[in-house]
Design a protein around this ligand. Structure first.
Ligand SMILES: NC(=O)c1ccc[n+]([C@@H]2O[C@H](COP(=O)([O-])OP(=O)(O)OC[C@H]3O[C@@H](n4cnc5c(N)ncnc54)[C@H](O)[C@@H]3O)[C@@H](O)[C@H]2O)c1
Length: 340
């Protein structure tokens, strides 16, 4: 089966093709290359042949013989989405819906969409399930709900969308991101031997390793159609709901001599615990292989192996908002985020 993965130069997008190719899929990629400069370490895995193109310009010819799309290319995470909310809507909402419509029109049979647990927003009682109400707090999260809303009605006998509401990712990737909680704390622990938090660390965050997200995608592609047809899955493991405080404690435990300081500001209302029972019972072959402790150890091993400097940790190529701000300031991309 020929699979098009969008966002193959991304944190998750570069981890997926090797896994799919190993399972016998033919993989091609698309990416506009916003974070091309960010490459933390060499990996031995194969890379997919990637078309250098904006998803808003993908044409029917680009989808020739493609049977499934895994759509990852968006402005990813809450702060990045706030940088230019209008463009976030253009790429993440309109761009993604256009791609799904085009896919359906040309006969692509499966469309796996990277949604996010951030659609759930603020604190609730008990563990959130897929049918719980969404409550997006940012343009990024709202776009995820809008894509789900607009792509679900496209499902028919020949077109099966699947919506993966991923927990917050962690773990090593050659296209590293240090703007996600566990990776950020690990980078701080390595470079400054200190984690200083302004908050009290009580909010809950469900976490999932990038490789487990990729495994979920592979399982969804392998699965019989009736299991994934127009389904929403929370992607993660219920045991991997952590308080931010616990994540910091795990890091401090693994990174030697790391000092841990908590503040008493509890203002961050983005706190949620998520149930991952559905994906673990319904999707054949899926089970997370990683927890936060293993991910922290993996990062420690990578940082030590590459002798990571503070400059590398701070480099714009590994923090999405910094890199996009740089591309805007230097006028390499225009107001619509197209390359000049
Ligand atoms: N990393 C997480 O914690 C997480 C959690 C939940 C959901 N997700 C979702 O998974 C997907 C992949 O996440 P990621 O962490 O790999 O993100 P990323 O930002 O590292 O990668 C996204 C890639 O898409 C490309 N891209 C962005 N806009 C584009 C456009 N208009 N045209 C073509 N390419 C474009 C970028 O250049 C980048 O290489 C995203 O949709 C994200 O919202 C990620």
């Amino acid at each position: 089966m020929k699979v098009l993965v969008t966002g193959t130069e991304g944190y998750l997008g570069c981890l997926l093709p090797p896994l799919l190719m190993e399972r016998g899929y033919e993989v091609i990629g698309v990416d506009t290359g916003f974070y091309k400069v960010g490459w933390l370490y060499n990996d031995t895995g194969v890379t997919a042949k990637t078309l250098n193109k904006d998803i808003r310009h993908i044409s029917a010819e680009d989808l020739q013989d493609v049977e499934a799309i895994v759509h990852m290319a968006e402005l990813s995470n809450d702060p990045t989405g706030q940088l230019a909310p209008q463009i976030t809507y253009e790429i993440n909402h309109q761009g993604s819906v256009r791609l799904a419509k085009l896919a359906r029109q040309v006969g692509v049979r499966r469309f796996i969409y990277m949604s996010s647990c951030s659609v759930y927003g603020v604190a609730t009682e008990g563990d959130i399930i897929e049918s719980s109400p969404v409550n997006p707090q940012t343009a990024y999260a709202e776009c995820k709900t809008l894509v789900e809303r607009d792509v679900q009605p496209l499902a028919d006998d020949d077109f099966s969308p699947t919506f993966m509401r991923n927990a917050t990712a962690f773990g090593a990737s050659p296209r590293m991101r240090f703007d996600i909680v566990l990776n950020n704390l690990a980078g701080l622990a390595w470079t400054s031997k200190e984690i200083k938090m302004t908050s009290d660390g009580t909010p809950w965050r469900p976490l999932v390793h990038g490789l487990d997200i990729c495994k979920a995608i592979a399982c969804a592609l392998d699965a019989p159609r009736d299991i994934i047809h127009n389904q929403v899955f929370n992607v993660g493991d219920t045991a991997n709901n952590y308080r931010v405080k616990e994540i910091a404690e795990i890091i401090a435990d693994i990174f030697p001599d790391c000092k841990l300081i908590f503040g008493n500001n509890g203002a961050d209302n983005r706190s949620y615990r998520v149930s991952f029972a559905k994906i673990n019972t319904v999707l054949p072959g899926f089970k997370c292989d990683w927890n936060a402790r293993q991910g922290a150890q993996q990062l420690f091993d990578v940082f030590r192996h590459i002798d990571m400097s503070a400059d590398t940790f701070m480099f714009r190529g590994f923090t999405r908002i910094k890199q996009l701000e740089y591309l805007i300031r230097t006028q390499q991309i225009d107001q619509s985020f197209f390359w000049k």
